[in-house]
Write a protein that binds this ligand. Structure first.
Ligand code: MN
Length: 714
């Protein structure tokens, strides 16, 4: 346990004029008022405020902060009042303690909302006095260091909260020392297994890595000395959570992350830094695009350094940071660096251009009446890779950048995701693949009949949405194929007055399945539905000794063969399903490119109609299914067209010439002359799609005496 004398010594070391009396009085008061209280560890309670004060001196904070650190739990846990504290230690100290107490009382609501809400309150506290947050961070760090005394439930809750809120705040404030330690401890409690694995691997590789580090350090030191650049070279070890995140984010192995060595070169002046990077690049080959100049363009939290990655002497990647002593101090203490040595603190005071972002935020807080708007600013500042979306009830969901309404719907509930047909963003209808932006209010439109669609997989961003959609599609594809396969097999067998059920019961289908390479009878029947086996193959297997009555296969099997034979996939796709048979309705002859809709027909797979086809409109909507065209097709489709023209000699020849010029074949032609000296010509031509047809029609329209050309839909 740190002693008050150590704390005093430390303060004197960085600020000889500090008001030590304030710190000593705060210590005496804290010791008296916490008297008799013990921590879960069994230590006297006082050890906690002392450790927190000790951490504050590591950040070299002013005596007001240190005194407030010593007193930070008095309002919460003892009979001390605001008046007591103000009377004894003055307004600044009591004000900070009050702020810390308020922060501690933050109600952490559901897991989705806690982050956004809490961060908002943190920012508000920061705006009030940044020292409140610095004390809170040190308080949390000490609590994390002593987390082993809590029960498991609390350990998880506190660790999660630390990862969600405190570590990001420390990161944003540039206090990297606290950030990495908070992350590593939280990591150990939340993900014990990967933590142990990484810790174990780090331990086994330690000696080898240390050798490499020493060699490289020596090379750098020699070269810098030759160039007359006094410097300090530090070999950096990656923190465990950082390794873990890299492994997850880039899906790479431990070796790939860990083999990257890290060095820091600390010099006196900025020109020396640029000189040093020149030397480094002359020793080892730099990796393109990995050089970053945060000296010229500091990060928003004022972090400054030159970063580069080079190929080192062992062929390994070596990451090097080059900075001045002052920059190093800022990198470690972050925002706290700017409160050091100071007695009086105010955000507008002397901080100059430094932390402009924070001052801007604070100013905005005053200007923005709408808390949502303020939140948006804060979130973008703190978490650039996340978006925060409001539910109609005003709750906040955190989603990865690029998330869509479908991700949002699944985040609410799997059911909502499965049934989502559309979405409104701030009252406006948007497509399901719309990329949500922070602050938007999203309302999901659902229909109990609606089902997930395969194309959702092309745009969803969250793992939850992806896995649920995929699961649904697999189950559904199988269900439909099974039903379809069953109908098709039944129909094929009925021709011989046989029943599928009988064969199922007798186990013959099961045998046929094994014979044809399927595990179960259901697998075989589903295979028929998928179009992988024709019903005739099944029948042939069941009736090898009978003369098959009708060697000509059914429409469906013929279609299957035609489609399968020519290319792996039909040119029309059933949305969300692979491998389903589709035939084209005779009534409206859809062409590739036409808007189409499908209907499941008994025993014949799916029939595609043009969306406006009156025949299709009269069908049972329950059997309706969404279709789309495959991107490219080589096939030709018949279509009927009508040409109205003046009855002139040679005109028919011109029209047929135009059709051939349009590269379409004429399958059938008929001409009716009318009483008014005009003629109706009917052609059946084969085209590759709607665009092709359009071209042909244009060519015909160019002919003199042609009055009207149109497609016949039925
Ligand atoms: Mn505390």
């Amino acid at each position: 346990m740190i002693r008050i004398t150590d704390i005093i010594d430390r303060i004197i070391a960085y600020n000889s004029e500090a008001d030590l009396d304030l710190v000593e009085r705060a210590y005496v008061y804290s010791a008296r008022i916490h008297e008799g209280q013990v921590r879960l560890s069994g230590e006297p309670y006082l050890s906690h405020p002392l450790e927190v004060a000790g951490l504050l001196t590591e950040l070299k904070l002013d005596p007001v902060s240190v005194a407030a650190g010593l007193l930070h739990d008095t309002l919460e846990d003892t009979k001390a009042t605001m008046e007591d504290l103000t009377g004894l230690f003055g307004e600044p100290v009591s004000h900070i303690v009050e702020g810390v107490t308020k922060l501690s009382r933050l109600a952490f609501r559901s897991s989705e909302t806690r982050q956004a809400e809490s961060i908002r309150k943190m920012i508000l506290a920061m705006a009030d006095d940044i020292r409140v947050v610095l004390i809170k961070l040190c308080d949390r760090l000490h609590n994390m260091r002593t987390l082993q005394f809590q029960n498991e439930k609390k350990q998880n809750k506190i660790a999660q909260e630390t990862l969600d809120i405190y570590a990001p705040i420390a990161n944003r404030l540039g206090i990297y020392g606290i950030k990495t330690e908070l992350e590593d401890i939280a990591f150990m409690y939340l993900f014990p297994r990967p933590y142990r694995e990484i810790a174990g691997q780090v331990a086994t590789k330690k000696d080898e890595q240390q050798k490499h580090i020493d060699t490289i350090r020596e090379i750098i030191e020699t070269k810098m000395e030759e160039a007359d650049l006094p410097c300090e070279v530090q070999g950096r070890h990656k923190h465990f959570y950082g390794i873990y995140q890299k492994m997850i984010k880039q899906s790479v192995d431990f070796e790939e992350v860990y083999d990257i060595l890290g060095f820091r070169i600390i010099l006196d002046t900025i020109p020396q830094c640029y000189q040093a990077i020149g030397i480094i690049h002359s020793i080892w080959k730099p990796i393109a695009k990995r050089f970053k100049d945060f000296i010229g363009i500091p990060k928003p939290n004022m972090y400054q350094s030159l970063h580069t990655t080079v190929i080192g002497p062992f062929g390994e990647r070596v990451e090097i940071q080059i900075r001045t002593k002052e920059m190093d101090r800022v990198a470690k203490a972050g925002i706290a660096a700017h409160w050091q040595y100071k007695e009086k603190v105010g955000l507008d005071e002397k901080t100059g251009a430094v932390f402009a972002w924070l001052r801007k935020l604070v100013k905005e807080q005053k200007n923005l009446k709408d808390p949502d708007e303020f939140m948006e600013t804060v979130r973008i500042e703190l978490f650039p890779d996340e978006v925060y979306i409001f539910t109609p009830r005003g709750d906040v969901l955190t989603l990865p950048k690029g998330a869509t309404p479908v991700d949002f719907a699944y985040a609410i509930h799997t059911e909502v995701g499965c049934q989502c047909t559309g979405a409104k963003v701030d009252g406006r209808i948007v497509p399901l693949k719309y990329k949500l932006k922070t602050g938007e209010r999203v309302e999901i439109i659902t229909s109990t009949r609606h089902r997930p669609s395969k194309d959702w997989l092309s745009f969803v961003r969250t793992a939850k949405a992806r896995s649920r959609v995929r699961h649904y599609i697999n189950v559904e594809e199988r269900k439909r194929s099974l039903a379809l396969g069953r109908e098709m097999c039944e129909k094929a067998l009925r021709k011989y007055n046989l029943s599928l059920n009988k064969y199922l019961k007798s186990g013959e289908i099961e045998k046929a399945a094994h014979e044809l390479g399927y595990k179960t009878a259901d697998d075989l029947i589903a295979g028929v539905g998928y179009g992988k086996v024709t019903p005739l193959q099944v029948v042939r297997y069941l009736l090898p000794r009978f003369e098959l009555k009708d060697e000509k296969e059914t429409v469906v099997t013929r279609l299957t063969q035609r489609i399968r034979g020519k290319k792996p996939k039909s040119s029309i796709l059933v949305k969300g399903l692979d491998d389903i048979l589709v035939r084209f309705a005779k009534c409206c002859n859809p062409l590739p490119g036409d808007p189409v809709v499908g209907y499941i027909t008994r025993g014949q797979g799916i029939t595609a109609h043009r969306t406006g086809c009156p025949h299709a409109l009269s069908m049972d909507p329950e059997r309706r299914i969404e279709l789309e065209w495959a991107p490219k097709t080589e096939e030709f489709y018949p279509v009927r067209i009508h040409v109205l023209c003046d009855d002139k000699i040679g005109l028919l020849a011109s029209i047929t010439a135009a059709i051939s010029q349009g590269k379409a074949n004429i399958l059938d032609a008929k001409v009716d002359t009318r009483a008014d000296k005009r003629a109706d010509c009917y052609f059946t031509i084969s085209v590759s799609g709607a665009d092709h047809l359009e071209d042909v029609i244009k060519l015909i329209k160019k002919i003199r005496y042609v009055i009207k050309v149109g497609r016949l839909s039925a």
